[in-house]
Structure formats: structure tokens, C-alpha cells
Design a protein around this ligand. Structure first.
Ligand SMILES: [Cu+2]
Length: 319
């Protein structure tokens, strides 16, 4: 049943006053929850801030959360008001509601708001993709923002506070990870220890099938492919803490059990640990090259050395 002109005007005025109430409630709720999201919850969001890549990921999560909160509250607040104020009461079931079609002001606000939100996210997402390209991505150094230290597997001794990055070769196999430290005689461990305030280059490879090195708290994830040296880089901050490393590629029947642990230690404690491990491993490691990019012995080894002399990434290896 159509409304009379007077009824229509009354309902418009009613809707307008409710509109301002909706806006006020939405604005206050959004401001409070966004504040709490950024300043109270935000600093505790995973994956934490133990590395620059983890911190960058936490920042992205905070930005997305702060943008999602207003959208969510608009749906809830508007929905709540609509249920209470705009529902058809008894005897009104056959009456027309207020028609918004053709209301240019509302359409304009909607167009501008969604355009700003979507384009803003597109620009932010593109920037973040390029800026963080080489941080923990497992795809090698950024072709745009080149980090010279991550261009190739760094060479030279590692010392606390020095500029030479720590090299860790991550070796995946069914069903475990081991970690080799070429700068410490090529000693190998089953737990990933890293120093604070250091650049780290992970050279990730596999001995058998495709695995995936996922160190969540470091914000680092890289596929481990047999015969391939996959480079992932990051920088630890001054924060110490525990790490869990998981395989993130379905790799066989015990895939679910393929995980181990690690820790980011104060740089001096790390150096002590690594030096002790180097000495303890010396009996074995003296028979092996400290570093080989593919790790697996060459099938032509009988003719000339156990490890391939070529480097699949075209770098020269001199350890
Ligand atoms: Cu797996």
C-alpha cells in the first residue's frame, strides 16, 4: 500500500534523525575499538617483532584490522538500528518502506568511501609487496630495492655486531630439518639458533621431495626443493625468543610430525654456542666442505669430488 505524501515526509525525517544516530554510534565505537586494536592488541599480534620481516607482517595485520573495524561496525550498527527502528510493525506488513533509490547524496558517499578504501588497499598492498619482496619471501633479493648483503650467499666470518650476515643452510628431508652453519666449520644442528641484531641469509634446500621451511615467528617461509638453493633473508631485532619451524608442504606420511624448535639468542651467547658446536662437530666436518649449495653429493662424485662444482644460482662459492 502506497504511503500518502505526508506519511512519506514524516518517515524521511525519522530516517534522517536515525541516520545521524547511526553515524554517531558507529563513529564512537570505531574510534574506541581502532584505538585498542592499534595500541593495546596490536603490539601483541603474531608473528611478533623478533625479525624485521615479522615486524612488517605485524604492521600489515594492524593496518588491515584498523580498516576492517569501521566496515564491520557499520554493518552491525546499521543492522541493529534497522531491526529496531525500520521494521514493519503489526498492520504495516503491506506498506512501502523508504525508497533510497535515486538518493544521490547516499550514493555519492558510498561510491567515494568504497573507492578510497579499495584503491588505498591496492596502493598499500603493491607497496608492501615490493618493499618486503626479499624479506623472508624465499624468492631471492628484491630486484627493485636491492639489499646488497643479500645478493649472493655472503662470504667471510661472522662476528657479533659485524656486517657479514650469518649464513644458515636449511636442509629439509623426510621428515626433519637440520641447520648447517658454514661460517662455523659447516657444523650441523637439529635446532635453529640465531643471534640478535643480525642479518641472516637462509639457503634452503631439500634432500628428497619438496618441503617448505616455515619459521613463523621469524616471518620467514621458503620452499625447499631438491637440487635448488632457495634464498630467504631477514634481520633479527634485539628481541630474543623461541621459534617453531614447521614443514608447510605435504611431503609424505610423517609430514605432520616434521617440525622442530629454535631460539633467537643474545649475539654473544649465540657465538659461544656456535663455537662450541663447531669444536664438537670438528671430527665429522673436517671430512666435508663447509658449504655446498645443493648439499647432495654429485652422482658423478666418483670421478671428481662428492659435491657438484657448479652453482645452480651462478654464484661462486668460496668457503
Ligand atoms: Cu612436509
Amino acid at each position: 500500500m502506497a504511503l500518502t505524501q505526508q506519511e512519506r515526509e514524516e518517515r524521511k525525517a525519522f530516517a534522517r534523525s536515525k541516520g545521524w544516530q547511526i553515524f554517531a554510534v558507529w563513529f564512537v565505537l570505531t574510534a574506541i575499538v581502532d584505538y585498542l586494536t592499534w595500541f593495546v592488541w596490536g603490539p601483541h599480534m603474531p608473528p611478533g617483532t623478533m625479525t624485521t620481516s615479522a615486524a612488517a607482517q605485524q604492521f600489515d595485520f594492524k593496518i588491515l584490522m584498523v580498516l576492517v573495524v569501521p566496515v564491520l561496525f557499520m554493518v552491525w550498527v546499521y543492522g541493529g538500528f534497522a531491526l529496531v527502528n525500520f521494521r514493519a510493525r503489526k498492520g504495516e506488513e503491506d506498506q512501502d518502506g523508504i525508497v533510497l533509490f535515486g538518493n544521490r547524496k547516499i550514493q555519492g558517499i558510498w561510491y567515494v568511501a568504497s573507492t578510497v578504501l579499495v584503491l588505498g588497499l591496492a596502493v598499500f598492498g603493491t607497496y608492501e609487496l615490493i618493499a618486503n619482496h626479499d624479506m623472508g619471501s624465499g624468492s631471492g633479493p628484491s630486484p627493485i630495492w636491492n639489499y646488497s648483503w643479500a645478493k649472493a650467499t655472503p662470504q667471510g666470518a661472522w662476528t657479533p655486531g659485524g656486517s657479514t650476515p650469518l649464513v644458515v643452510q636449511v636442509i629439509a628431508q623426510q621428515w626433519r630439518f637440520t641447520y648447517r652453519y658454514p661460517q662455523f666449520g659447516g657444523m650441523e644442528t637439529t635446532e635453529l639458533y640465531l643471534p640478535t641484531n643480525a642479518r641472516v641469509v637462509f639457503d634452503v634446500t631439500s634432500l628428497d621431495v619438496i618441503h617448505d621451511f616455515w619459521a613463523y615467528q621469524l616471518g620467514v617461509k621458503a620452499d625447499a626443493n631438491p637440487g635448488v638453493n632457495n634464498v630467504a633473508t631477514t634481520e633479527t631485532t634485539s628481541q630474543t625468543g623461541k621459534i617453531t619451524v614447521r614443514c608447510d608442504e605435504l611431503c609424505g606420511i610423517w609430514h605432520g610430525a616434521m617440525y622442530n624448535y629454535g631460539e633467537v639468542l643474545p649475539a654473544s651467547s649465540f657465538e659461544t654456542w656456535a663455537t662450541n658446536m663447531q669444536a664438537a662437530n670438528a671430527g665429522v666436518t673436517k671430512l666435508l666442505p663447509p658449504f655446498a649449495l645443493t648439499y647432495t653429493p654429485s652422482y658423478s662424485g666418483a670421478g671428481g669430488g662428492y659435491y657438484p662444482s657448479y652453482d645452480p644460482n651462478g654464484h661462486s662459492v668460496a668457503y
